[in-house]
Ligand binder design. Structure first.
Ligand SMILES: Nc1nc2c(ncn2[C@@H]2O[C@H](COP(=O)(O)OP(=O)(O)OP(=O)(O)O)[C@@H](O)[C@H]2O)c(=O)[nH]1
Ligand SMILES: [Mg+2]
Length: 246
């Protein structure tokens, strides 16, 4: 499958070199698109340097409003312009291991969405505090319940989509700023009837760079999920019969 891998980055200079080389090792033919929000640590320059010797490495440098969500949508739209069969999204802090990429892409031959999951048998998180793991478990349970998603790890940012699914979910109408983009896009794909599959991954906590996740961002995720779940339920309500009171 012709594949484009999207890497959203904010201050990931220290992780990009080993990450891009590992992706290149496991998916030699893939186009790699780094979506950088003008990181002050020089992440973009690092990509430009590597792109001199790697014609399939691309940089989308965003100078406007920063945000994981905005970068995610911009990345998907730019990736689709490369006419891939599928688009893979993964974090750029080495917490998502590239060794799973061939299996993930293979699954997209018979599924519309493939998710690297910490919550299916064989999946786990290593190197994260028990409080952080508790947060992950609680938030994914809440998201799954509110959005009625047939997915164990609804918060995983390691996933692939067949391009036709991405073209069917109205990407250009999505106005999501933060990490809630992860749940929003999964929910839209599910509502479009996408065939979703999960496979186990070992998630490794970042060892370099700064986490961008804050409590405020986590609350914004849950608020957004609550909002779209309400909208969906309203949409699913059978139309009230128009009573002729005349
Ligand atoms: N372009 C862009 N990328 C972002 C932004 N915020 C985070 N990212 C990237 O999105 C991915 C996930 O962000 P992380 O900071 O790792 O969030 P997290 O995994 O919840 O937190 P950690 O446990 O600390 O890793 C990483 O590759 C980040 O570099 C942003 O505002 N813009
Ligand atoms: Mg991370």
């Amino acid at each position: 499958m012709k594949t484009t891998v999207i890497l959203p980055t904010y201050n990931e200079r220290g992780n990009l070199y080993p990450l891009v080389h590992a992706i290149r090792h496991f998916l030699p033919e893939a186009e790699i698109l780094v979506v950088d929000d003008n990181s002050p640590d020089g992440t973009a320059q690092c990509v430009e340097e590597m792109a001199r010797t790697d014609g399939r490495l691309h940089l989308l440098l965003r100078r406007e409003a920063r945000g994981r969500g905005l970068a995610g949508v911009a990345g998907f739209l730019a990736a689709l312009k490369m006419q891939p069969d599928c688009v893979v999204e993964m974090d750029a802090d080495l917490s998502h291991r590239p060794e799973y990429l061939p299996h993930l892409v293979g699954l997209l031959a018979h599924h519309d969405v493939a998710i690297g999951s910490r919550a299916v048998p064989g999946g786990c998180e290593i190197g994260r505090s028990s409080f952080r793991q508790f947060l992950t478990r609680m938030s994914t349970r809440l998201v799954r319940t509110l959005l009625r998603l047939p997915v164990q790890d609804c918060n995983s940012g390691y996933r692939g989509f067949r391009s036709e699914v991405l073209r069917s979910i109205g990407l250009d109408q999505i106005r999501v700023e933060g990490p809630e983009i992860v749940q929003d896009i999964l929910f839209r794909a599910h509502r479009r009837g996408a065939r979703i599959v999960e496979f186990p991954i070992v998630f490794c906590n970042r060892t370099r760079g700064q986490s961008s996740l804050t409590l405020r961002k986590l609350l914004m995720v849950l608020l957004h999920v609550y909002r779209i779940s309400r909208l969906a339920r309203e949409k699913d309500q059978p139309a009230k019969p128009v009573t002729d009171n005349a």
